[in-house]
Design a protein around this ligand. Structure first.
Ligand code: TXA
Ligand code: MG
Length: 349
């Protein structure tokens, strides 16, 4: 299949391109599109055949449910068995935006879209191109991140092209995304509202609206025996090809240890990559050195994280070391993705 590649102004996308994308979706095809978090791979959420195509294009296990994206609040009721009050409250504050909510699904949503579950994950992205595309497509777009299953999520259209060229109908290039890690997922389908995946919208922000909000304990631990409630969180994910280790401790000691590790790996003939920051870059020795910004700027780290993980692959890093970051606020989302990329391989000093 030939994949159409179309560049748009992300704020004011060309109407003809959006119309074309809508036609592809209505005919059961797949279109990758930018959102404020990461690029999504869209198909018609209420067409079971389209969801099956999404799984096939990504090589994704079909028990891993998709998020349904909407552009207008009046499309919400049709997707849900009942819209809980909490959902309206959160939508008012955080939509459009990087928050996905899980509720009991209506019969409109096919099980192919929800990986066999009776619940559905819904989000309204904060991105003009995404919103125009969803509206042109009938209003319900099922979309996982537009990467091959297991690889880092795409933050640039070129990442989507690398993974999915020839496997989908169209890629809409809206430039680099703004946030860089996937949306926060909160489960409203049973018990206390619970965060299943951390993101830009933090527990503190949700608590200000809802009061008590729990958090899935598997999020920052590789040793918890419980299975995570978001099926996707159980897979090794976001991972570069090289084997990755996080080093945690005081910054000066971390730099020293990383340099020792790099020297030892180089002695074995391995090509070494290091993910470092403005504060440590000058003192780090490595074959492939990638700076993600200041240690104190989680937003900058999040924005470059997946791009840098892909660059380690492109430049052939066989072993990768990274410093660790704060785990409060938005830092929790960054560390959750880094820990998964490293397969929870952490050296504490
Ligand atoms: O920011 C995002 O959320 C991006 C953009 C494209 O919107 N999408 C995204 O989708 O990250 P994906 O498929 O890569 O991740 C969706 C996660 C998976 O871990 C999946 O298991 C979980 O959401 N999920 C979806 N529906 C669920 C449900 N009904 N119950 C529990 N977890 C669910
Ligand atoms: Mg994903």
């Amino acid at each position: 299949m030939e994949t159409l590649f179309c560049k748009v102004d992300p704020v004011d996308p060309d109407k003809k391109i959006i119309e074309k994308a809508g036609e592809i979706i209505k005919a059961g095809g797949l279109v990758a599109f930018p959102t404020e978090t990461v690029y999504g791979l869209g198909g018609d959420a209420i067409n079971p055949g389209a969801s099956e195509k999404i799984y096939a294009a990504k090589g994704r296990p079909s028990d891993n449910p998709l998020i349904v994206h909407i552009a207008e609040l009046d499309k919400l009721e049709a997707l849900c068995k009942k819209v809980p009050d909490e959902m309206y409250k959160l939508a008012e504050v955080f939509w459009p935006g990087p928050l996905t909510m899980i509720v009991d699904k209506s019969s409109l949503v096919p099980k192919e879209t929800t990986g066999g579950l009776d619940t559905v994950a819904i989000r309204m992205p904060d991105h003009n191109t995404a919103l125009e595309f969803i509206k042109a497509s009938g209003g319900y777009i099922a979309a996982p991140s537009a990467n091959t299953s297991g690889r880092p999520s795409p933050t640039l259209a070129s990442h989507v092209r690398t993974d999915l060229d020839g496997r989908i109908d169209m890629i809409i290039d809206g430039g680099e995304v703004g946030i860089g890690v996937e949306s926060t997922i909160v489960d409203l389908s049973e018990g206390e509202p619970t965060i299943l995946r951390p993101g830009y919208v933090t527990r503190e922000m949700l608590s200000r609206v809802l009061g008590r909000v729990d958090i899935d304990t598997t999020i920052l631990s590789g040793t918890d025996k419980k299975a995570p409630k978001a099926p996707g969180m159980k897979y090794r994910h976001y991972a570069p090809k090289g084997s990755m280790t996080l080093v945690e401790g005081q910054t000066a000691a971390v730099v020293k240890r990383i340099n020792e590790e790099v020297a030892a790996a180089k002695a074995k003939g391995l090509k070494c990559g290091v993910l470092c920051t403005l504060e440590t870059e000058a003192d780090i020795n490595a074959d492939v050195k990638k700076c993600v910004g200041s240690r104190n700027d989680e937003a900058a780290i999040a924005r470059s994280l997946y791009r840098v993980l892909r660059e380690f692959d492109e430049e052939g890093a066989e072993v990768i070391f990274s410093e660790s970051f704060k785990t409060d606020g938005f830092g929790q989302a960054v560390m959750n993705r880094l820990l998964k990329a490293a397969g929870y391989n952490v050296e504490k000093i």
